[in-house]
Ligand binder design. Sequence first.
Ligand SMILES: *Cc1c(COP(=O)(O)O)cnc(C)c1O
Length: 225
Amino acid sequence: MKTDSQKLFENNLSLIARMMGKSAKESRRDPTSVALVAVTKTQSEEKVEAALACGLRIFGENRVQEAHARWVGRKNLYPDLSLRLIGPLQTNKVREAVSLFDVIETLDRKSLVDQLVKEMEKQGRFIPCFIQVNTGEEPQKAGVFPREFSALFNYARHVGLSVEGLMCAPPVGDPPALHFAFLQKMAQEKGLVGLSMGMSQDFVKAIPLGATHIRIGSALFGSRV
Ligand SMILES: *Cc1c(COP(=O)(O)O)cnc(C)c1O
């Protein structure tokens, strides 16, 4: 028997999958080149289970500790899980983050590059990163400012960290497509393929601009508790 949570989730998922497919087709992109990252922060266990039952395996989490509590026990049950950190990473959480996550999307400063490299070597676990760019230069938001991006990227490369892409979250109220286009251009200049951009409200605008990972929370799971 399917639970109500499961039915609701399936409906949301099929709607999003259709919108992703349509947007990919319209922009002449291979639909399989866009990954759906299900953002489970603050959602109930029941909803997380519904997502797993539907076959979703790529999840985004904002907080290391919350993610640890939710996923560490499930990693053995679902060996193909891919966990992505999409919230800011404090230095004192680097050890736990490297052992839990498969991708860190929020690299935004040199000191974090150093800490990550050190910890990855210690654990023998080398995971790729995305650099988070604060495209709107919002002081309260994480992410490297665009003018400091190139230096951070070159530094990460120099010390051997694997940078696979860029991530952004446009300011509320700004047209998101401007930020997506800007991020796409920055990525292209560095030969980076990965682009984590687009959330529940704006992912159809991110796909034509090259998003490889869209991060969807509320449109899949309902509003956060
Ligand atoms: C919460 C969050 C999301 C998902 O947001 P929705 O609008 O619920 O889809 C995506 N990215 C980041 C960085 C987030 O913090």
